[in-house]
Each structure stands twice: as structure tokens, then as C-alpha cells.
Design a protein around this ligand. Structure first.
Ligand SMILES: Cc1cc2nc3c(=O)[nH]c(=O)nc-3n(C[C@H](O)[C@H](O)[C@H](O)COP(=O)(O)OP(=O)(O)OC[C@H]3O[C@@H](n4cnc5c(N)ncnc54)[C@H](O)[C@@H]3O)c2cc1C
Length: 444
């Protein structure tokens, strides 16, 4: 039986809903104003049923936008607070880039130094080659002129991390109600007074929306606009953009033994992200795949006994309202990866490492990938709407952002967090947008 009222109702048991629940319970308890028993998390399936349960799980600071970097540095400290519970592997992160991105990456490095985030910058093709050969003795990609090696970050196992968060929330007394689908919201006097579900109506004082790719539906039930005017610098002009745009994330696994992807000393390699403008050729046929800027990332995934990674996502060329989010992820007939991804990703791996040449047949053809909801500028929106509905819309940046819930919990209790200020919805009106890099990925 679900309750008829809860002070706090959180929709979504992914990384953000669970992290918010856990931290909010602790904050309430510390203040002596309540605890986990005041918090109800609803999920139509269960913890990890959405994007958090299929994320590749890379955790990095590597962002061109200072506000994103500060937020990620905060989240890394939460990952580090309990690596075992979150199945967090602090192997570090490598950004490998061509000349076209050199200035961007050097800027990231200098700003990382300024906030005390440990990283190493290597510049110039010869030095980059030497550095990469020191890490991987089979490195062979030409045209690399910048390497940024972040010493923190790495990756976490998606489902284990979600379970770790759920366990921490439940230990604080939070109730996670799985199999309860929210079907609408009751608004009165400009605020949300109740959450309508397939199992009854739940009155609430405060709502938190952490619905991942399903944010589109909650947004509509909050009666918020389908399009938004995005102003230029200083608030000048304005371009009307859809509030939600969907991209299909392209990820897959090469079924190698874990021991086949170690660094030169036989240890765990960092998560590796390579961007390149050197033409990419098909590893099997030799045909040109692209002569434009391309990028791939990869890391060992010992739970699947393979190398897991991805490439730039594909834009879903349909209006948000016409997109079938369910069935989600690997269960989707429409948005799992196709052969063009397999060809590009495995060729990219072979372009970089001799050990992956001629290995395409090891690609695991299980369905993989999933869609994400992106905001008008592809950066998160963390803000309050309709007086008491806190919306966490991470624009698909978010598995790594495990710490957002800690900051949101404080804001729910009236303590505004400077680190979240650059992510308010009002930036579209004022034109205070985040800077955009030269990366081929919409999230960098
Ligand atoms: C293929 C893929 C790979 C990714 N890789 C990475 C990565 O390596 N690193 C990284 O940082 N990020 C990655 N991301 C992004 C990241 O996974 C998401 O940004 C993040 O997990 C979103 O978390 P969330 O808590 O907002 O949403 P979700 O994890 O999607 O959780 C939302 C939950 O809400 C529930 N829900 C939705 N609607 C309702 C409703 N009406 N009633 C009840 N419950 C509802 C769902 O069942 C779901 O469990 C990836 C995303 C994808 C798709």
C-alpha cells in the first residue's frame, strides 16, 4: 500500500532521485526536523530502470565549461566517499585530442589547476606520442597533439552504484516504492499538491522530479512550455528552441578478456577518450568512414568481461512528443545501436591500439545504448518550478553527477548552492549560457 501523503515525494529511483533521497534524509536528521521516513521515492519499475542502469559509468572532470567542472569535482568527492558501496574504480581519465581542440584542452587544464583538481597536460605530437606509448605500448594513433590526464575520476558499475545509493537511502529510513507509475500531478494555487499514480493519489508538500529521459512527461504535467526562447549574450535577441531534444547514446562492448586491456605495466588503464581529425578507415574493408572530427571512449568493464565504450550520439530527428521512450534502453526496438556504430567504434579502437586490429568479430551484438533528453543548450537545468517542484534535468550528463543530490537536498531546505546557480532555467532568458567547445560530442 502506498501512503496517502508524504512530505517529500521524489519521482525516479535513478542516480539523482536516490542521491537526493539519501542526502535529504541525512540533512533532515542532522537538523532535527525529520528524517528518511518523510521521504517517498516512486519508480514505475525500480532502482536503475532508467538511464542510470545502462550508463557506461565514466566519471570525469573533463568539461570545457567551468561550472560543469566545479560540479564534477564536487561529485568526484562523493564517489570517493565510499568507493566500495558505489563500485567506483578511481583509475583516472585521459582526454586525447588533435590540434583543433588544443586550446580548449589547455584551458581545461589551467582551470583544473585553479580549482586544485589534479591533472597532467602534455602538448606537442612527439611528447604526446611518448606519453601514450608509456601508458599503452601498442598506441598508434597519429595526429594527437594534446593529452590531458586527469588523476581522479574513472568509472563505476552502473547497477551496483544505484544499489549502493538505494541501500544508503533505505538505511536512513527512506521508502522506495517500486512498480508505482506516476500518471499526473495535481496543481492548486500554483503549487503541486499531489502526485497521481496508478495506485492512488499521494499528497505532498514538496516534489522532486528526477525522471531522467521521462522528464518530458513530468514537464508537461507541470504545465511548462514545450519550447523556450534562448537569448543571445546580454539577453539580446532570442531563438525559439524545443525544451527537450533526444539523442540516442551509442555504446557497446568488445568481448575481450580483462587482461587484454591493461596499461604498459599490467595495471588498470584510465578511462580513455580519443578525439581525432585524422581520417578514420574501416578496420576490415579499408574504406573511409569519416574525414571529419570523430571521437570514441572506452574502458575495461570487468563485470561484463570486456571493453565497454561508445562514440558520439545520434540525434533523434523527431519532435520530443513523438518519441517512444518506453520500452527503454536495450529493450527499445528503435534506439539501440546499429552496425554503423559497431563499424565506427571498432575501427576507432583499431586506429588507436594495435591490440584491437582485426577484433571486430569480438563485438558483443546484444542490444545496447539508450536515449537521453537534452535541454536547449545541452547543459543541466536544476531549478524550482510551480513553487514546490524541484526539477533535476541533467541533460544526460548525469551518472557521474552523484553529488547533485547532496546539493539539491540543501536547496530543498532553503540553502541556495552557488555551484548550482549557473544551471537555472532563467539563463535561457538572460543569455548567460555555458561556453561551447570544439568537441564532436554535444555534452562537452
Ligand atoms: C547509454 C547511456 C550511457 C551513458 N553513459 C554515461 C556515462 O558513462 N557517464 C555519465 O556520467 N552519464 C552517462 N549517461 C547519462 C546518465 O546515465 C544519465 O544522465 C543519468 O543516469 C540520469 O539519471 P536520473 O536519475 O536523472 O534518471 P534515470 O536513471 O533515468 O532514472 C529515472 C527513473 O524515473 C523512473 N520514472 C520515469 N517516469 C516515471 C513515472 N511516470 N512514474 C514513476 N517512475 C518514473 C524511471 O523508471 C527511472 O528509473 C549515459 C546515458 C545513456 C542513455
Amino acid at each position: 500500500m502506498i501512503p496517502t501523503h508524504s512530505r517529500y515525494v521524489i519521482i525516479g529511483a535513478g542516480v539523482h532521485g536516490l542521491s537526493t533521497a539519501w542526502h535529504l534524509a541525512r540533512e533532515l536528521r542532522a537538523r532535527g526536523t525529520g528524517g528518511g521516513e518523510d521521504i517517498l521515492v516512486l519508480d514505475k519499475r525500480g532502482p536503475g530502470a532508467g538511464a542510470s542502469g545502462i550508463a557506461c559509468g565514466t566519471v570525469r572532470n573533463n568539461y570545457y565549461q567551468p561550472a560543469m567542472r566545479e560540479l564534477m569535482a564536487h561529485s568526484v568527492s562523493v564517489w570517493e566517499s565510499d568507493p566500495e558501496a558505489f563500485s567506483y574504480h578511481p583509475v583516472g581519465f585521459l582526454q586525447i585530442a588533435p590540434a583543433a581542440m588544443a586550446e580548449d584542452v589547455a584551458k581545461i587544464f589551467s582551470e583544473q589547476q585553479a580549482i586544485g583538481y589534479p591533472s597532467v597536460l602534455v602538448e606537442g605530437e612527439r611528447d604526446c606520442n611518448r606519453y601514450l606509448l608509456g601508458l599503452f605500448d601498442d598506441w598508434q594513433a597519429p595526429g594527437i597533439t594534446t593529452v590531458l590526464h586527469e588523476q581522479k575520476g574513472g568509472y563505476a558499475n552502473n547497477i551496483r552504484a544505484v544499489r549502493g545509493l538505494a541501500g544508503k537511502a533505505e538505511a536512513e529510513g527512506v521508502r522506495i516504492a517500486a512498480g508505482v507509475r506516476v500518471t499526473g500531478l495535481t496543481l492548486a494555487g500554483g503549487a503541486v499538491t499531489a502526485v497521481e499514480t496508478d495506485q492512488g493519489v499521494i499528497g505532498c508538500d514538496q516534489l522532486v522530479v528526477a525522471a531522467g529521459p521521462w522528464v518530458r512527461d513530468l514537464w508537461a504535467w507541470l504545465e511548462l512550455p514545450e519550447t523556450v526562447t534562448v537569448a543571445g549574450p546580454g539577453g539580446a535577441g532570442g531563438v525559439e528552441r524545443p525544451m527537450w531534444t533526444y539523442w540516442a547514446l551509442q555504446e557497446g562492448t568488445l568481448a575481450i578478456e580483462p587482461g587484454e586491456f591493461t596499461d604498459s605495466s599490467g595495471g588498470f588503464p584510465p578511462v580513455t577518450h580519443v578525439d581525432s581529425d585524422t581520417p578514420l578507415y574501416d578496420d576490415v574493408s579499408g574504406d573511409l568512414i569519416t574525414d571529419q572530427l570523430w571521437g570514441i571512449y572506452y574502458k575495461p568493464d570487468f563485470s561484463f568481461n570486456g571493453l565497454q565504450g561508445g562514440a558520439a550520439p545520434n540525434l533523434v530527428a523527431k519532435p520530443a512528443g513523438a518519441i517512444a521512450i518506453d520500452p527503454y534502453g536495450p529493450e527499445s526496438p528503435e534506439y539501440t545501436v546499429a552496425d554503423d556504430f559497431v563499424r565506427m567504434w571498432t575501427s576507432g579502437l583499431a586506429h588507436c591500439h594495435k591490440r584491437f586490429q582485426g577484433k571486430r568479430q569480438l563485438y558483443r551484438h546484444d542490444p545496447s545504448g539508450g536515449i537521453g533528453a537534452f535541454t536547449p543548450d545541452s547543459f543541466p537545468v536544476f531549478d524550482v518550478f510551480r513553487q514546490n517542484a524541484y526539477v533535476i534535468a541533467d541533460s544526460n550528463h548525469g551518472f557521474k553527477m552523484i553529488g547533485v543530490g547532496a546539493l539539491v537536498a540543501k536547496e530543498l531546505l532553503g540553502e541556495q548552492q552557488a555551484i548550482l546557480e549557473p544551471f537555472r532555467f532563467g539563463r535561457y532568458r538572460t543569455g548567460e549560457l555555458h561556453p561551447v567547445s570544439h568537441s564532436p560530442f554535444p555534452w562537452s
